[in-house]
Design a protein around this ligand. Sequence first.
Ligand code: PMP
Length: 458
Amino acid sequence: MLSNLAVRDIETLVHPYTNLATHREVGPLILERGEGVFVYDTAGKGYIEGMAGLWCTSLGYSNEELVEVAAEQMRKLPFTHIFSGRSHDPAIELAEKLKEIAPVPISKIFYGASGSDANDTQVKLVWYMNNALGRPQKKKIISRLKGYHGVTVASASLTGLPANHTDFDLPIAGILHTSCPHHYRFAQPGETELEFSSRLAAELEEMILREGPETVAAFIAEPVMGAGGAVTPPEGYFEKINAVLAKYDVLFIADEVITGFGRTGNMFGTTTYGLKADTLSCAKAITSAYFPLSAVMISEPIYEVLVDQSRKIGTFGHGNTYAGHPVGCAIAVKTLEIYQRDDIVGHVRKVAPKFLQRLEKLAEHPLVGEARGVGLIGGIELVKDKATKAQFEAKKGVAAKSGAFAQDEGLIVRPLGGDRVAFCPPLIINEAEIDEMFDRYERALAKTLDWVKAEGLI
Ligand code: PMP
């Protein structure tokens, strides 16, 4: 029986990333409050938020310091924009802090409100810069199949997932996709991780040469792929990619929207995997998701071009109303202060071995073909046959079923395409909560196996 609130939801909302037909039948999970790493629904049932919302609530659900700073800023100055050279203290302080902790030399910060708009800004900056430099043909951007960079027109084009393109008339021209670096799924039989990385780097080089290096401007990648399956890169991958990009003067845009701020056991995934990034996109954990805020970190050479252009043509014609929102900036300043004061990176390194041990142990289950992660992010893949890696038919929704069983057990995980399931809990999670999270998922897996057998899927 659907609750009154559930019925009102069905009558009023179009939910993002939802099977809208199914939703009309089953209705929503309505959450009401949160505490630590737990969220509670309207019936009072608690769930471990094993996905930190959408890879974002790094400090959990009841951080009073963030609430306080937000209230204080709202009372003082709830809004001012930063157009036309206007500014405010939190925007400046946040930019200073971001520059301080950036994993590569950064000159300036450009604010937005979402990961998608940050990546749109990246695309526009690349185009704008190359026009300014008198090389208007150098505009193409290479992304990766299964990469996720957002849903706006340019960022959805960068995203390498069919659901974001089909019937949306995307991708736009000038966006190319190279192979997905998922060794378990795409390596040839017997191919080592290093060999696989070399093959992918060679493919990237071939693509650049085929297109003409004078037409390829940038490459964008997440240090750890998120929505494409929570996929950690194979050994040597970024080292080899760095070399190809450097050879052809192709900028490296690091999409740190998920990996930024401690997730992989360093402040940035760029450090964990040695990306030679020119610019970075950040969002999500920048405010622990207590406010929508994104930041593009811009290098000095790119910034110099922007200033030069203003000398020639005047205004830099880009930016959103809420860019550098004072409440968001104040929350982000406090969030970064907490990360440093509480040594969140140290905490992630301390609990990650437990997380990874429990994650990797899932691979002993008959349905789990792969289980792999880094820091406090990881993914598993449910397969029909572990020996051959044969997959279930997509429409059977096996991973989604395991997610539903997990929900019954009081755990939120994220089923993704290819029957992958992501784990990405708040960074403040402790070892006992990690054990509880995986205990719950193991029970969900046991139910999934029974269901798969009952349905005759294996
Ligand atoms: N980049 C990455 C790596 C992401 O994971 C996401 C969101 N999951 C985005 C960009 C887009 O961010 P948003 O949903 O805030 O637009």
